[in-house]
Design a protein around this ligand. Structure first.
Ligand SMILES: [Ca+2]
Length: 366
């Protein structure tokens, strides 16, 4: 009798547990669905949001080709063309060393791309001297790339801190953001290209007005992954700090941005303190940056936000948008159609991939 009562009680217990767990699962699903809805702040200012591409693997950068065609660079070395919502792989660069934070990173079109079809790529590779990053120039065709030429090589690389952003400036020169390659002392050493922002001509040669008669434009950087210019032609950059104290810097030619000697708000003679930093309690892990109408927009990996501030050096208010909706974000580009294109990086080994990740999302912000 006692045994039967025991079995009955155990059965009731199991049923109750099942009901509770089912209820929890229901709620969890609601939460996931809820997270797809844009937070109020964005909703108020946003008319449209659209998913442009799904199931990408660590997209690091995009460029806009003709007729609303987008070219995507994935960290593992793939170039993917997105046309009318369809994805097509047009190249796989096998020499890319996709390990840790390295791989196929930045990408830029030549300012006269419509005539010369030149595509620039920043990638991590294996050389006899070790892991390096280099910039290559290719000719982009309808169905692939050709005539690859290394125009800048020997940028120290590592499993972390490879920088990687490429952009042509308003002066027509190519700017290359690098990282300290996990060797902090390189950032202050002008004999190395690591921990710098570099400035080169479209063939890799050195502009005569560079500050140190080499490729270096600014130095003392830890890991720069976002660069953009404001309407006055001033260069701004995001930089990863040591876990916190992430930075937004206003870059000047020849400037020393302090790493590893100073961080956060610290100051020192001959070194430049960031315009803002994330402080000691917050991490942005800032990557791609875009400036539109003198508003700076940059996206965060660990911070999982789209950050916005006025391109000014005083009285800065930093807005946080998106708050985790898309997870980790690697790049933001402003399209000719007036939309921001944002790429997630939830499959980079540090995120929690959501359904259909990684994605490119198109967002309208006023
Ligand atoms: Ca700094």
């Amino acid at each position: 009798m006692q045994v039967k009562t025991g079995i009955l009680l155990a059965t009731i217990g199991v049923i109750i547990l099942l009901i509770i767990s089912f209820g929890l699962r229901e709620r969890k699903q609601e939460a996931i669905v809820g997270s797809q809805i844009l937070p109020t702040l964005v909703e108020e200012k946003s008319n449209q949001t659209e998913i442009v591409a799904t199931d990408l693997e660590i997209p690091w950068e995009i460029v806009f080709l003709d007729n609303e065609v987008i070219l995507v660079a994935e960290r593992k070395g793939r170039l993917i063309k997105i046309e009318n919502g369809l994805k097509r792989t047009i190249a796989q660069i096998d020499e890319v060393k996709s390990e840790g934070e390295g791989g196929l990173l930045g990408m830029a079109l030549h300012p006269n791309f419509s005539e010369n079809k030149w595509l620039y790529l920043y990638m991590t590779v294996d050389r006899d001297s070790g892991t390096k990053n280099e910039v290559r120039r290719y000719s982009l065709g309808e169905n692939g790339i050709s005539d690859g030429e290394i125009i800048l090589s020997g940028i120290e690389g590592a499993i972390i801190h490879n920088g990687g952003r490429l952009k042509f400036g308003p002066d027509g020169y190519l700017y290359v953001a690098t990282g300290d390659a996990n060797q902090t002392n390189l950032a202050q050493n002008l004999d190395y290209l690591a921990g710098k922002i570099l400035r080169i001509k479209d063939d890799g040669s050195i502009p005569t007005d560079n500050p140190f008669e080499n490729e270096i434009y600014s130095y003392g950087h830890r890991n720069v992954q976002g660069i953009a210019w404001d309407s006055e032609g001033r260069l701004w950059a995001t930089e990863h700090g040591p876990s916190t104290m992430d930075e937004v810097n206003l870059i000047v030619a020849g400037g020393n941005y302090g790493w590893p000697e100073i961080t956060g708000n610290e100051t020192r003679e001959g070194m430049i303190t960031p315009v803002i930093n994330s402080g000691t309690n917050e991490t942005w892990a800032p990557s791609g940056m875009e400036i539109v109408d003198d508003w700076i927009y940059f996206v965060g990996l660990r911070g999982q936000n789209l950050y916005r501030m006025k391109a000014q050096t005083e009285n800065i208010e930093l807005e946080r948008l998106l708050d985790g909706v898309y997870g980790r974000m690697r790049f933001i580009r402003f399209g000719k159609d007036g939309y921001f294109y944002i790429g997630t990086n939830n499959r980079d080994g540090r995120g929690q991939p959501k359904t259909d990740d990684d994605k490119i999302v198109k967002i309208f912000l006023e």
